[in-house]
Design a protein around this ligand. Structure first.
Ligand code: ADP
Ligand code: TYD
Length: 207
C-alpha cells in the first residue's frame, strides 16, 4: 500500500466514522504503517469554541460557525506542532474523522453551499484527500444510535437536520465529483464487514 495517504471519513452523526477511523488505524499499524488519526472539529483552541457552540453554551450565526470550522481546519492543516502538512511530510498516513465535505453538508443546510465550497478552496489547495469515504447509514438509524449513546443531543443532531445533511452531502458530492475521489460504503452492516470494504478501498489506491 502507498505511504503518506490522506484519508477522510465522512458521514452524518452516528454513522460510525470514529469507529471505522479507529479500526482502520489499528489495521494499518499492524501492517507496519505510521498512522496519525485525527478529527474535526479539532481539540485546539478554535475547536474548543466550536464545541461550546455545538453544546449550546455559546451562540453564533450559522455563517460565523462555518467560518470557525474553516479556521479550525486551516489550523488543523498548518499548525507547527501536529499540523497535517507536517505529519504527511514526516511519512504518516493520515486518517481524519471529517474534513471539508462535512462543512459543505452541515453548513450548506443553513447557508449557501457554493459559498462554503469557495471558502474552503484554500484547504483543497493545501491538502486534497486521496479518498473521501462516505459511510452511508439511514438518518433514522443514526438518530437512534445518538439517542442511545448520549446525554444531550447537539446542535445538528435532530432527525430532520440529519436528513438535510445527508441530502447536502449528496449535493456536494455531485458538484465536486470531477475533482474529488468519493466512494460510498454501506454502513448498515457489522463493523468488521464495513472495515473490510474500507481497507479494500484504501489498498486499491495503489493502483
Ligand atoms: P460517528 O463518529 O460517525 O458519530 P461512532 O463511530 O461514534 O459514529 O458510532 C456511533 C455509535 O454507533 C457508537 O455507539 C458505536 O459503537 C455504534 N456503531 C458504530 N458502528 C456500528 C455498526 N456498524 N453497527 C452498529 N452500531 C455501530
Ligand atoms: P463530531 O464530533 O464528528 O460528531 P459525531 O461524532 O457525532 O459525528 O462532529 C461534531 C459536529 O460538528 C457534527 O454535528 C458535525 C459538525 N461539523 C460541522 O458542522 N461542520 C464541519 O465542518 C465539521 C468538520 C463538523
Amino acid at each position: 500500500m502507498r505511504k503518506n495517504l490522506f484519508i477522510a471519513l465522512e458521514g452524518i452523526d452516528g454513522s460510525g466514522k470514529s469507529t471505522q477511523a479507529r479500526l482502520l488505524a489499528e489495521k494499518l499499524k499492524q501492517e507496519g504503517h505510521k498512522v496519525y488519526t485525527t478529527f474535526e472539529p479539532t481539540d485546539s483552541y478554535i475547536g474548543t469554541i466550536i464545541r461550546d457552540i455545538l453544546k449550546g453554551n455559546r451562540k453564533a450565526d450559522h455563517i460565523t460557525i462555518a467560518g470557525l470550522f474553516l479556521a479550525d481546519r486551516l489550523d488543523h492543516l498548518l499548525n507547527e506542532t501536529n499540523g497535517l502538512v507536517k505529519m504527511l511530510n514526516e511519512g504518516y498516513t493520515i486518517i481524519t474523522d471529517r474534513y471539508y465535505f462535512s462543512s459543505y453538508a452541515y453548513h450548506g443546510t443553513h447557508t449557501d453551499i457554493d459559498w462554503v465550497i469557495d471558502a474552503n478552496k484554500m484547504c483543497a489547495r493545501i491538502l486534497r484527500p486521496d479518498i473521501n469515504i462516505f459511510i452511508d447509514v439511514a438518518p433514522e438509524v443514526c438518530h437512534q444510535r445518538i439517542l442511545a449513546n448520549r446525554e444531550g443531543v447537539e446542535l445538528y443532531e435532530a432527525l430532520d437536520n440529519l436528513k438535510n445533511v445527508r441530502a447536502k452531502y449528496m449535493e456536494a458530492f455531485e458538484k465536486l465529483k470531477a475533482e474529488e475521489k468519493i466512494v460510498f460504503v454501506d454502513g448498515n452492516r457489522g463493523q468488521q464487514e464495513i472495515l473490510n470494504d474500507v481497507v479494500n478501498l484504501v489498498v486499491a489506491l495503489d493502483n
